[in-house]
Write a new protein. Structure first.
Length: 746
């Protein structure tokens, strides 16, 4: 029988354990909480003192907002990484508790809901630690997604702002820096099999004092990545941006006093949350379900279920993702829960309430439910470098569900929209530049995602990513000055590359790349949706298509075209169908390409995806179809077989009578195909996934998850992580079996 410890003895043991923590890993209390912190007594007093001076508060808020926008522009102009140059960043002001209160209007909005975690870790663990501390002039950095942010390629930098010896706020900047020393160049290794393959992993770390970087730590960080120059330039640009915001904060405190500043920072948080709750109350109560399927881990084709149920109750929205796929313990497509919450918040910041300030308070009234150990709430030992491959589909699941609630809520200032294209379709590169520097990063073409169709108009072509309303795709001429990669076709819109509907989605552009004048160069592609669409339509609108990676190997197009320039084709379709280069090998693949060295003049080809369609294709205005035909973005087949429009292709004139007749015939054909729901459900519904389908996630019962087969399952509250075999081992085993069978026949 164990002896009961006396109160004093228990206190001594607890004190010993508190003073001798083995490892300060990610704090679950911080990482699972996206609510706004409880205000301090000083903040409450300041808000009360300034509650009737709303005009001045508004002026102060605008000054602080301008400071964030100003510092954003500084990072864009000074940063060396493609992510910095083309807007994959954010700058902001955090409250004294670490909540993001104001952030730049442009840039990556996903950061605005997950930037607070490292700041709260610093305040909780380092502020009163005698070996670390938080003092005026201290500089902190962080990049490990398990402590906050999206993935390890994003680096945050912050510094506290003091007034009369107390922290009054924190100013910070986050940039997608790219290269981070991972097992593949560019910072987002699709081939990572553990967190330790993902490169640099900074928990919140003090890297400087007195507004200067420590040379030893700067050298350590540079020594940990493939591009030491980029690492230093990125750190300096973020620091200078933070110092500019700090200066503007101090000017506000000088001009209006500390209470006015505290009231503005705290009031901006509480007012935003209150406004979101007010708006939610105008939605009808109800429940909407949707399912989305990811078709790849980036290394093999599997079917990964994202199960979604959106529940609206009074002033709260519940997003229930339980029943989704288990985590993959040796694949990079898992997401940390906080990262996924940041992504889901973009639906509200960009597409539903774009007028609201960019901050975590927008998401505070929203509850997210997941199964711990799932791909959407992975364990610390699961890699997450390509978390987009699961949280982007989760975003689409919510985006396809919420319009059902909005449609029933009546008129709104912003359009109801279909699903935005949701993949980072671009090239990641690595190798030696023409300047003989080793480089590795990502192209900004990922920012050209096809826009979704709206209730009242078509989607826009390659307009913006789902995570940033204002970001650029880069200038090819500037890119070619730095790296040897050339885009023979940089941004050519592909015919029929959208979701069809009464309103069609925006199209995506093609990218045909090669390289020259380098001793070694290679490519990666980190995209799913080559076999099963990743983006859907709504209210009868079509999903856009599936997008493979295509290659032309064994050719140097620069040599071949010296005397035969007419051989070049300028669409993926023409190159793959006509195969214009003699002796070359033409192939198509799923778009999860691990880093692969290529020879000069070989072609790698991908296309940005299109947005989902909205409404019935038979209700599309024939005049809109004629306009698309004139623009060269719709084919005869689609006009005749999908939209059922009759037109003169030479003049673009619509045969209205013929169109009406064709559409009436199609409606009759639809009715002839129709069956009563009970009859359809009886044939459609199956008890289990089919044999041979590598299916992961729940089937019918969300409390039971399938692990790649109909018979292997686990309970959702005790998830067994999935370990996948190496695709090369699978291929070798298949080849050995084939060889053995051939020997047996002989």
């Amino acid at each position: 029988m164990s002896k009961v410890k006396a109160p004093g003895e228990r206190s001594l043991i607890e004190q010993f354990l508190d003073d001798n923590v083995l490892f300060l890993g990610p704090d679950p209390q911080i990482m699972t909480d996206h609510s706004v912190s409880i205000p301090s007594e000083k903040e409450l007093a300041a808000v009360e003192a300034w509650k009737d001076r709303t005009d001045e508060i508004h002026l102060i808020r605008n000054r602080l907002q301008t400071a964030c926008n100003e510092s954003f522009d500084m990072v864009e102009q000074m940063g060396a990484a493609p992510g910095a140059k083309w807007g994959d960043l954010i700058t902001g002001i955090f409250s004294c508790q670490g909540d993001l209160s104001l952030s730049s209007a442009g840039g990556v909005l996903i950061f605005s809901v997950l930037a607070q975690h490292p700041q709260k870790f610093i305040l909780k663990y380092w502020k009163d630690d005698p070996t670390v501390g938080v003092r005026e002039g201290d500089i902190f950095m962080h990049n490990d997604a398990r402590y906050g942010n999206i993935h390890n390629t994003d680096q945050s930098l912050s510094t506290p702002v003091f007034h009369n010896g107390e922290i009054v706020c924190i100013v910070g900047a986050i940039v997608h820096e790219g290269e981070n020393g991972a097992c593949e160049p560019g910072g987002m290794p699709g081939g990572a099999e553990s967190p330790y393959d993902e490169g640099l992993k900074m928990s919140p770390l003090k890297v400087g004092e007195n507004f200067e970087f420590r040379k030893d730590l700067l050298t350590f960080l540079q020594n940990s990545v493939r591009e030491p120059k980029l690492q230093m330039e990125g750190m300096k640009s973020k620091l200078y941006a933070c110092l500019r915001v700090k200066k503007r904060v101090e000017e506000v405190i000088r001009d209006y006093g500390i209470d006015a500043f505290l009231a503005t920072v705290r009031g901006t948080l509480t007012d935003t949350e209150a406004e979101v709750r007010r708006r939610l109350r105008t939605w009808p109560n109800g429940k909407v379900r949707s399912n989305v399927f990811a078709d790849s881990t980036l290394r093999e084709n599997v079917l990964i279920k994202i199960r979604c149920e959106v529940i609206k109750r009074d002033d709260e929205l519940i997003i229930d993702l339980r029943g989704s796929s288990p985590e993959f313990l040796n694949r990079a497509n898992n997401t940390v829960l906080a990262s996924m919450k940041g992504m889901l918040a973009q639906l509200f910041l960009m597409f539903i309430w774009p007028d609201l300030p960019r901050k975590q308070a927008v998401f505070a009234p929203i509850t997210v439910l997941t199964d711990p150990g799932s791909a959407l709430n992975c364990s610390p030992e699961a890699p997450n470098a390509q978390s987009m491959m699961t949280f982007f589909p989760a975003f689409t699941a919510v985006q396809s569900a919420v319009p059902k609630l909005l449609f029933a809520a009546g008129f709104r200032s912003t359009d109801i929209i279909s699903c935005w294209y949701n993949m980072i379709t671009t090239f990641v590169y690595g190798g030696f530049s023409q300047h003989n520097e080793f480089v590795g990063n990502v192209c900004a073409d990922l920012n050209g995602m096809g826009g979704a169709a709206r209730a009242t108009r078509d989607g826009e072509h390659s307009v913006a990513p789902i995570f940033a309303s204002m970001a650029d795709i880069g200038e090819q001429e500037l890119i070619e000055e730095e790296i040897p990669m050339m885009k023979l076709v940089p941004h050519k819109v592909m015919v029929d590359n959208c979701g069809f509907g009464k309103q069609r989605g925006g199209h995506g552009y093609q990218q045909i790349v090669t390289h020259k004048d380098t001793q070694a160069w290679g490519y990666m592609v980190n995209t799913i949706g080559a076999k099963f669409p990743s983006t859907y339509g709504i209210f009868g609108g079509y999903a856009p298509g599936c997008y493979p990676l295509c290659k032309v190997k064994g050719v140097d197009v620069f040599e071949v075209m010296k005397d035969n320039r007419e051989l070049m084709r300028y669409t993926i379709e023409d190159i793959m169908n006509e195969q214009p280069f003699p002796g070359a090998t033409y192939s198509a693949h799923h778009a999860g390409l691990q880093f692969e060295l290529a020879e000069q003049g070989e072609l790698y080809m991908i296309t940005q995806g299109g947005g989902g369609g909205y409404g019935d294709v038979l209700e599309r205005d024939p005049a809109d179809i004629a306009r698309d035909w004139a623009d060269g973005i719709v084919s005869k087949h689609t006009i005749e077989k999908i939209y059922h429009v009759i037109m003169d292709y030479g003049t673009g004139a619509i045969d209205q009578e013929g169109t009406d007749q064709a559409r009436a015939t199609e409606r009759k054909t639809r009715l002839a195909r129709a069956r009563p729901f009970k009859e359809f459900a009886a044939q459609w519904t199956k008890a289990k996934p089919p044999q041979g389908l590598p299916y992961y996630g729940s089937w019918d019962d969300p409390t039971v998850l399938h692990l790649g087969s109909p018979d292997k399952t686990c309970p959702a509250d005790a998830i067994e992580p999935v370990m996948m075999p190496d695709p090369k081992d699978v291929e070798i085993a298949a080849l050995k079996a084939e060889l053995s069978a051939l020997k047996g026949r002989a």
